[in-house]
Structures are given as structure tokens and as C-alpha cells.
Design a protein around this ligand. Structure first.
Ligand code: TTP
Ligand code: MG
Length: 418
């Protein structure tokens, strides 16, 4: 039985992850001769600016946006490598997908950084520190690259924390201690304080974030207007912004191009049943629930017909998903035949209740399906098959092309093997 876990007592858990020396690290990964050397990613001409520098180059005082002439003056032995944006984009997509394995709420800020909402996920990943450790090793194992991670109760503090101990850092700031942790840090770490605002704050005698907090909201507003209120809140470690779903996995789906066209209702239903099983298993394995079901049928003229519905509550059982899919089938007015049957669940969220479902009266369906999950995990997914599904083995459904996927945003589809 799963316990409803909240080891930390934190009301919210937010992670911020940022790749270390991203472009330069990718170049070192792809060309081991560069490992341990100062690498600058930038144009070979002296006229442009550096995009980034490996950590071996940073002690020489070089970094992003510095003119190449200056970079080479300070670090003449640096190896300059021209950028390969497509490669960085491919790795970024891979890393964001790993983040998506940790949470349905991932908000990328750029190619190499993202916020990850982990509130309610302690029963799956452990204490917030363990979440950070697991995220770091997942990225390292899959890509060979290091990230730095900040863990706290707000986006703002998580972001400051990820930059605190770079490279390969993990900084965990207990939300209860966040204000004190921020206090000694320079005002430039306040979000929104740049070259214009820093001198204004200094003119008021403010050097640290703690100074800003101590001055109080009224004074800050008097000098800086609305921005003063914003800085005051941040200095008190207050930041209510949610991690927006940005590019978070919005749906999990399964499309199957059939080995021959079908129009018999029972054949389509048979496919939907096995797709519902697969999708529900994937939802549960990620600790997700879904609030929507979508069915797609592609006609032999390649016209894609789509119907979808919302569920009255968030669900992760095949029986519920299947029941809704069958109802959707009634709303298609095309007689077929169809060459593809697709099904997806969308509007995903944490199964915040997943621990509770186990703790309190679990539904029969969920108990049966969790048992099947366990058996499938131990003996392979064909170990247990519903009696109804037995006659479909070796049928039209087994020979087609199966494209299970996680959708990150409308139109962009990441195919998953198997
Ligand atoms: P950053 O995360 O700012 O830098 P970084 O990953 O290289 O190093 P750090 O360990 O400090 O995080 O930016 C990510 C990538 O974006 C960086 O590798 C190159 C690119 N970039 C630019 O092209 N121009 C810029 O001015 C900056 C700041 C980054
Ligand atoms: Mg980075």
C-alpha cells in the first residue's frame, strides 16, 4: 500500500534545471579531444561574440556575449568551435522529454533551462532533494551531460538556487529558510534588477537582497513604483507564479495504421480496448491522470476525423478511458473504412490522488489494473490478457505500424518506440 507521502512538509516543490556550459559541453561530448580544454563556442572570425565558454575557460574571465577578440586576448589557447544549432536543439528536445518524465508540468525558458513543478510528487520521487538527484542522474545517463538544479518552494528561489553552485550543482533551499538564504546575496540576483535598477537600489544604500527586504514595501514603492512591490515580494521569497504548462506533455497517445482497412465496429472497438490498456498503463507508470479522451479515425482518402470529450473527473483506468472512447465512436458520422485508428488521453495532471486511491477505497478497476501492471512488469506485457482480447492476437492489429507518442505541444509529436 502506498503511503501519502510528504516527507518535506513543503507546501510546494519547484525545480529549476539549467545545463552547464550547454553548447560547449555538447561540443566536448561529441569530440572527446576537447574534454578538459578551454572551449569557446563562437565564430572563428574575431568580429563576432562568444556564445559560451566551457568551465575550463571561465577562470580566464571569458563567457557568453564577449567579443571574440577579447576572448582570445584573455584566453589565447582556447579552442574555438563554430556552433551547431541543430545538434543543440536535438539534445534540448531529449532533455525536455526527460523533464517530462518527472512531471506533466514543465516550463522551458530556453533551450537549456526549465522549471519543473514537482508539488505532490514526493510519493513518487521522495524528498525534494532526491527529486533533484534523480533528475540530474536521469539527464546524465541519457545524454552524458551535466545540469545544475535548484530546488525550493517558488520559481524565483529555485532559479537562484540552480545558479548557486554551478557546474554540476544541486542546491536545495527549504522554503522556510528561503528568505534568510537570499538575504546575503547581491541585489543583482533579484529578478528584474539589471544595469538600470541596480544603481538606483545602491543609491538607496541597498547592497543585498536582505537590505531590500528590510527597507519595506512602502519605501520601495515610493522610490521605484510598482517594481518596488515586486522586488519586495521576491526579497521575502514570495513568488506565487505557477509553473505554466508551456511545453509540458499535453497528451499521451497511440496511433495505429492498420495492416488492412477496417470498418467493422467490433474491430475498431477491439483496437480501442488495447489502446486504452496501453495508455492507462503509461499514465499510471508516470503517476499521471487524464481529464480528456480523443479518438481519431483516418479514412482511406486520408481524411483525419477527430472526436474528443472531457471526463467528469481525472482518471487513469483503461475501463473508463475505453468507455468514453466507445461513446465517441457513436459520434462519427463516416461509415469507413478506416486505415488508421488513434486514441489519446489529454489534459494530464499529477495523480495527486494516486496515493490516496491506494490508501482509501481503491476502485475495483484500479485494483485489477494495478495488479495487471505488476504482472506485466514482472512477466512481460502479454502475461495477462483480458479474455475478450485473446482472439485479437495475431489479428489485423498486430501487424500495423504503431506510433505511441507523447505530445509536447500542438503539432509537435515525439514518437516513442514500442
Ligand atoms: P546559459 O545557460 O546562459 O549558459 P551555459 O549553459 O553555456 O552556461 P551555464 O553553465 O552558466 O548555464 O545559456 C545556454 C546556451 O545558450 C549557451 O550554452 C549558449 C547560448 N547563449 C547564447 O548563444 N548567447 C548568450 O548570450 C547566452 C547567455 C547563451
Ligand atoms: Mg546553462
Amino acid at each position: 500500500m502506498t503511503k501519502l507521502a510528504n516527507y518535506s512538509g513543503w507546501a510546494r516543490v519547484v525545480l529549476h534545471a539549467d545545463m552547464d556550459a550547454f553548447y560547449a559541453a555538447v561540443e566536448q561530448l561529441d569530440n572527446p579531444e576537447l574534454i578538459g580544454k578551454p572551449v569557446i563556442v563562437g565564430p572563428r572570425s574575431q568580429r563576432g561574440v562568444a556564445l559560451t565558454a566551457s568551465y575550463e575557460a571561465r577562470p580566464f574571465g571569458v563567457g557568453s556575449a564577449m567579443p571574440m577578440a577579447q576572448v582570445l586576448q584573455r584566453c589565447p589557447h582556447a579552442v574555438v568551435v563554430p556552433p551547431r544549432f541543430e545538434r543543440y536543439q536535438a539534445i534540448s528536445a531529449q532533455v525536455m522529454e526527460i523533464f517530462g518524465d518527472f512531471s506533466p508540468r514543465v516550463e522551458p525558458l530556453s533551450l537549456d533551462e526549465a522549471f519543473i513543478e514537482m508539488t505532490g510528487a514526493e510519493h513518487l520521487f521522495g524528498h525534494p532533494r532526491e527529486m533533484g538527484e534523480k533528475l540530474k542522474s536521469a539527464v546524465l545517463d541519457a545524454t552524458g551531460l551535466h545540469i545544475s538544479v535548484g530546488v525550493s518552494g517558488t520559481k524565483y528561489v529555485a532559479k537562484v538556487a540552480s545558479g548557486h553552485d554551478k557546474p554540476n550543482g544541486l542546491t536545495v533551499v527549504d522554503p522556510a529558510a528561503a528568505k534568510a538564504w537570499l538575504a546575503p546575496q547581491p541585489i543583482e540576483r533579484l529578478w528584474g534588477v539589471g544595469k538600470k535598477t541596480a544603481p538606483k537600489l545602491r543609491a538607496l544604500g541597498l547592497e543585498t537582497i536582505g537590505d531590500v527586504a528590510a527597507l519595506g514595501e512602502a519605501e520601495l514603492r515610493r522610490h521605484l513604483g510598482a517594481a518596488g512591490g515586486h522586488f519586495c515580494a521576491l526579497a521575502h521569497a514570495q513568488d506565487p507564479r505557477r509553473v505554466s504548462r508551456g511545453k509540458a506533455a499535453k497528451s499521451i497517445g497511440s496511433d495505429r495504421t492498420l495492416s488492412r482497412d477496417v470498418c467493422a465496429r467490433h474491430e475498431i472497438e477491439g483496437y480501442l480496448r488495447s489502446a486504452a490498456d496501453r495508455l492507462a498503463r503509461r499514465l499510471r507508470s508516470k503517476g499521471y491522470v487524464a481529464r480528456g479522451v480523443r479518438v481519431r479515425l483516418k479514412t482511406t482518402q486520408f481524411q483525419m476525423l477527430t472526436r474528443q470529450c472531457k471526463l467528469s473527473s481525472a482518471q487513469d483506468t483503461a475501463s473508463t478511458i475505453y468507455a468514453h472512447a466507445v461513446k465517441l465512436l457513436d459520434t462519427f458520422d463516416h461509415p469507413g473504412p478506416f486505415r488508421l485508428v488513434g486514441m489519446a488521453v489529454f489534459d494530464l495532471d499529477w495523480s495527486e490522488a494516486s496515493a490516496q486511491l491506494d490508501l482509501f477505497a481503491p476502485s475495483t478497476d484500479r485494483r485489477l489494473e494495478s495488479t495487471m501492471d505488476n504482472l506485466a512488469e514482472r512477466f512481460g506485457k502479454d502475461a495477462v490478457v483480458r479474455a475478450k482480447d485473446l482472439d485479437r492476437r495475431g489479428s489485423v492489429f498486430n501487424d500495423g505500424v504503431n506510433l505511441d507518442y507523447l505530445d509536447y505541444q500542438d503539432g509537435e509529436r515525439v514518437a516513442k518506440p514500442g
